[in-house]
Design a protein around this ligand. Structure first.
Ligand SMILES: NC(=O)C1=CN([C@@H]2O[C@H](COP(=O)(O)OP(=O)(O)OC[C@H]3O[C@@H](n4cnc5c(N)ncnc54)[C@H](O)[C@@H]3O)[C@@H](O)[C@H]2O)[C@@H](O)CC1
Ligand SMILES: [K+]
Length: 539
């Protein structure tokens, strides 16, 4: 961690409101005057706003001022913009202000800046700055303030929120009654957890961190080192990409993944999972699919060893048939029960198994076989649905190998009905599920969260709605499995590998959407863009 520069480190930190208050408390206790810090922070906000919204095109600016220090920030920004030539109008719904905020209000009045009790007075403004509430919001917006925010949300000018959109819960991103729908939010000092929760995203708009120089020692003393929450930036993810390869190596040293997937009904899922695994660079890919789709899969993935399995009449992998007894266990399951790495570098063992995409719920026996394996496994899609039927937690507690689950929220509810009660706080929910099941759980969403059983959560800060599409998850399963199988990564914690796959997948989606629009990111395209991300990241 120490070798990284400050900006990189700061971008990885995530805090709750309580932690932010404690960090702030240390700074003030050490002697930093509150007013000086507010002046410094608001100066940075002002500069950022001037760059984004120059006076020539945005002369008239409305500032919403609340009673606390978020309002104080708003007033300092208002004063500075006024002195730079902007025309300022202030909406101040509450007259009782914190002391420092009150000083700034009085000075603004003395400059001749107009104050209003009604937000309608700001209707003609070219830009609105929201300094109503920050991380001090403790209860829902109500009464005339809620009405004002409702009106504001119908207007069309850009809105910049200071620290958080007013009305959003700092930790969960929940809308407390109503919240300002910001075009852009300037998050102050450290990323608040609410920025990494799905439910607040529509209100945050474009998010930017304003680093105002919180000393690292104050951060680590409150959060611990390493902290429980980690924002997965490019710098973090790049540490775990299996690049560069050693000059002398052979395919089994680059890992052997067994991917169990597909059915006659969902043959495409098998292909997409295979393409995700291919992109991971795994040395050997074996795929177990129903016999009837074997040739189709081979035609898309000629490098894979494709094992055609006996199947039900509906075309799901079936280990109960007479044909299966001699054939499949020998080819597939026998290898599963050897400890991973027991015969390192040989073709006898799989380093990891990925299981689930397109299986249908009929493929119960093979999922049970996978659960009995000793090597690390990742379960997705029907693998998860079958696991839920087997009763998730007791089933997983019996496992000897490491387990990764990659549910979306619907699958999560089926797998972990108790933890799901914590939703929509996705971070708390995934933390609990991981601890109870002693598995790494990747809860997919607009901001995917990856938890390990010790309580750490890795958060993917950027993604794209282009990935909300059938097939993206299959690509991710293959990618996760392909990375897990690579021995070079085995010294890293499993959650780091899973988070790297999730980051890589999201970045590929972002790049693909930039090039092809949000409508153009089908699973095959996504798999191709995985390579573009890595190519871009090579030194
Ligand atoms: N943490 C830091 O280091 C810094 C924080 N600063 C600013 O300070 C803010 C936090 O300031 P505060 O702790 O004063 O909190 P806020 O300004 O977020 O608001 C708290 C005030 O609002 C009232 N309040 C809470 N919920 C309400 C509701 N629903 N309806 C009406 N009133 C309500 C509270 O009674 C309190 O007076 C940050 O968001 C940031 O903008 C910056 O000034 C400087 C640096
Ligand atoms: K705000």
């Amino acid at each position: 961690m120490q070798s990284q520069n400050r900006r990189e480190l700061i971008e990885q930190v995530v805090v709750t409101a309580e932690q932010m208050r404690e960090i702030e408390g240390r700074i003030f206790e050490a002697g930093m005057p509150v007013a000086a810090l507010m002046e410094k922070v608001a100066g940075l906000i002002t500069r950022s706003i001037q760059g984004l919204y120059p006076c020539a095109e945005n002369r008239r600016v409305g500032v919403l001022v609340g009673p606390g220090h978020n309002g104080g920030d708003g007033l300092v920004v208002a004063r500075e913009l006024y002195l730079q030539g902007y025309e300022i109008h202030i909406y101040r719904p509450l007259s009782k202000l914190k002391e420092l905020t009150d000083y700034h209000a009085r000075y603004a009045v003395s400059l001749g800046i107009p104050f209003y009790d009604e937000i309608e007075a700001l209707y003609e403004c070219d830009l609105i700055i929201d300094g109503l509430f920050g991380f001090g919001l403790t209860r829902s917006l109500s009464g005339s303030i809620a009405e004002a925010v409702e009106l504001l949300n119908q207007w069309s000018q850009p809105v910049v929120s200071i620290d958080l959109p007013s009305g959003l819960h700092t930790d969960t991103g929940e809308v407390l009654g109503i919240a300002v729908r910001a075009t852009r939010t300037l998050c102050l000092g450290l990323w608040k957890l609410g920025f990494l929760q799905d439910q607040g995203l529509d209100y945050i708009g474009e998010a930017q961190l304003i680093d105002f120089g919180i000393p690292l020692k104050d951060i680590w003393s409150i959060l611990g080192e390493p902290p429980d929450l980690l924002r997965v930036t490019e710098t973090v993810a790049k540490q775990f990409l299996p690049l560069p390869r050693p000059k002398v190596t052979h395919k089994y040293q680059q890992g052997h993944l067994l991917l169990i997937c597909g059915s006659k009904q969902y043959s495409g899922a098998a292909i997409l999972a295979g393409l995700g695994a291919r992109a991971s660079g795994v040395g050997m890919l074996s795929m177990a699919v129903p016999e009837s789709i074997k040739l189709l899969v081979v035609s898309h993935l000629p490098e894979a060893v494709v094992i055609g399995c006996p199947e039900t009449t509906a075309g799901a992998i079936d280990l109960r048939s007479r044909y299966a007894n001699g054939f499949l266990p020998e080819l597939v399951l026998e290898k599963l029960n050897q400890p991973s790495g027991s015969d390192s570098g040989s073709y006898h063992t799989y380093n990891a198994i990925a299981c689930g995409p397109g299986l249908t719920k009929d493929a119960k026996d093979i999922v049970q076989g996978v659960l009995a394996a000793q090597c690390p496994i990742v379960l997705d899609a029907d693998g998860l649905n079958i696991l839920a039927e087997l009763i998730t937690i007791p089933t997983l507690l019996k496992r000897r190998g490491q387990t990764v689950l990659t549910p979306h929220v619907g699958e999560f509810r089926r797998l972990f009905p108790d933890s799901a009660e914590l939703l929509p706080d996705r971070v708390k929910a995934v933390q609990k599920a991981s601890q109870l099941s002693r598995s790494v759980v990747l809860l997919k969403g607009a901001r995917s969260a990856i938890a390990n059983p010790r309580g750490s959560v890795w958060l993917i800060p950027e993604s794209t709605p282009a990935l909300a599409r059938g097939g993206s998850g299959d690509v991710l399963t293959g990618l996760v499995g392909g990375l897990m199988a690579q021995p070079v990564l085995s010294e890293h914690p499993l959650e780091a590998i899973v988070a790297t796959a999730a980051w890589w997948h999201a970045q590929a989606g972002i790049l693909a959407a930039q090039e092809r629009s949000e409508l153009g990111v089908d699973g095959g395209t996504l798999a191709e863009f995985l390579m573009v991300v890595v190519r871009g990241n090579r030194e």
